[in-house]
Design a protein around this ligand. Structure first.
Ligand code: HEM
Length: 396
């Protein structure tokens, strides 16, 4: 392809995975809509253009062809557009609003965080990913959805199998077989839970999905299960990463951490700034529905696009000092949860988890700091996070 001669033609997957930010900076300046041969995608890196891709779903559709998401989960929110998408979102969204989950920080997330902290508070050190962020994301998702009968390891296995299918762009039959088997397992295990919730409604997300009607319409069982799978894939790793990134970002700036310790309300801006600075979900994937021009570049019909949220969140055309972590910067919306019709439905729950974890950690563990001997290693570009976050503190 002739486009491969530009900056994008020289970008390697290895460089992107190691540290995409210098590449994004160069692309924003020199080639803001760029064919990157090594990943088979057009990368869109400036704030304004990323907004356009996310918001103009008639030109840039999430219903890609083929769709690894729809193939593995069944038709779902992220892989659909238009009236179908809007109907499903209108039914699912109410459960995620403050009115329905406003009690989660105090009644659900806080107790779970304190229980996890009690498991390591005497040791003076912790790998926060393994011992808090990841298990918290699993347990909150279970409580939120209503999958009480499903244990932690089964949820983890479901995440791994489904994620393998979602990322199977190469169509590897072995990966698809695992993903399909996982998908069937989710359907079989949730069928009796859905039967029970149909008879006995409760305050969980699955119950809400069964009973909510908008303009007289509800969701079919297949629609509920397909969207549950998106939530399992979207609501575990990204939340765990968001917690680890927030704690790391703040503890890397001890003077700003002291402010949050003194005023726990500052946990909210601390989380927002961390998600802007190091967005755990790096891209929105879309496909052009027709030949389209974006930032002066002619895109063919059917072109696969990665609107790079993580780059838009560092665009100096939109942000002052974009590469710095600034707790008290003037608040403006960032794109870590995307924008437009596919804006993350779970963003409030995710924010509650990250804020509560941060507040509880700072409140419970004196002298909490990064372990200088074991700094975190960030990897990835579509999903970017550290696998471990080693912290030290004064033992209880
Ligand atoms: C910090 C944690 C999270 C981050 C960074 C995140 C990020 C995102 C992003 C960027 C999108 C849009 C993707 C696109 O444009 O292609 C999205 C969509 C979505 N997210 Fe999240 N997410 C998080 C947590 C959650 C949670 C906790 C849930 C549910 C339990 C969830 C469920 C969903 C769903 C269902 C969609 C599809 C919405 C639609 O297509 O209308 N996410 N998320």
């Amino acid at each position: 392809m002739s486009e491969a001669v530009g900056v994008g033609g020289s970008v390697t997957l290895e460089e992107l995975e190691r540290d995409p930010y210098p590449i994004y900076a160069r692309l924003r300046d020199e080639e803001p809509v760029s064919w990157v041969e090594s990943v088979g995608l057009w990368l869109v890196t400036r704030w304004d253009d990323v907004q356009t891709v996310d918001k103009d779903s008639a030109a840039f559709t999430g219903e890609t062809e083929p769709s690894t998401l729809n193939r593995t989960f069944g038709k779902n929110l992220l892989g659909s557009e238009g009236a179908y998408h809007d109907r499903v979102k209108a039914i699912i969204h109410p459960w995620f609003r403050t009115g329905a989950i406003g009690h989660f920080p105090g009644e659900v997330i806080g107790p779970l965080v304190r229980e996890l902290i009690a498991g390591f508070s005497e040791r003076g050190e912790v790998d926060l990913v393994a011992q808090l962020a990841e298990p918290l994301s699993v347990r909150v998702l279970r409580r939120a959805t209503g999958l009480e009968e499903v244990d932690d390891d089964t949820l983890r296995r479901w995440f791994a199998g489904l994620a393998e299918g979602a990322a199977n762009f190469e169509g590897d039959p072995a990966k698809q077989e695992l993903a399909d088997a996982t998908s069937r397992d989710v359907d079989e295990r949730t069928a009796p839970i859905l039967d029970r919730l149909a008879r006995e409604p409760d305050d969980t997300l699955l119950s809400s999905m069964i009973h909510t009607r908008v303009d007289g319409e509800g969701l079919s069982r297949a629609e509920i299960q397909a969207n549950l799978k998106v939530m399992i894939v979207g609501g575990l790793q990204a939340v765990s990463d968001a917690i680890a990134i927030t704690v790391w970002a703040l503890l890397s700036h001890p003077e700003q951490a002291a402010l949050v310790r003194a005023d726990p309300e500052l946990a909210a801006p601390a989380v927002e700034e961390a998600l802007r600075w190091h967005s755990p979900v790096g891209t929105s994937t879309r496909q052009t529905t027709a030949e389209t021009e974006l930032a002066g570049v002619a895109l063919p019909a059917g072109a696969l696009i990665a609107a790079v949220l993580a780059s838009a969140n560092r665009d100096p055309r939109h942000w002052d000092r974009p590469d710095a972590y600034v707790l008290d910067r003037p608040r403006r919306p960032h794109l870590a949860f995307a924008a437009g019709p596919h804006v993350c439905v779970g963003s409030l729950l995710a924010r509650f988890e990250a804020r509560t974890a941060l507040q509880e950690l700072l409140g419970a563990l004196g002298g909490l700091r990064l372990d200088p001997a074991r700094p975190p290693v960030f990897t990835g570009w579509e999903f970017r996070s550290p696998q471990h976050l080693h912290l030290l503190f004064d033992p209880a």
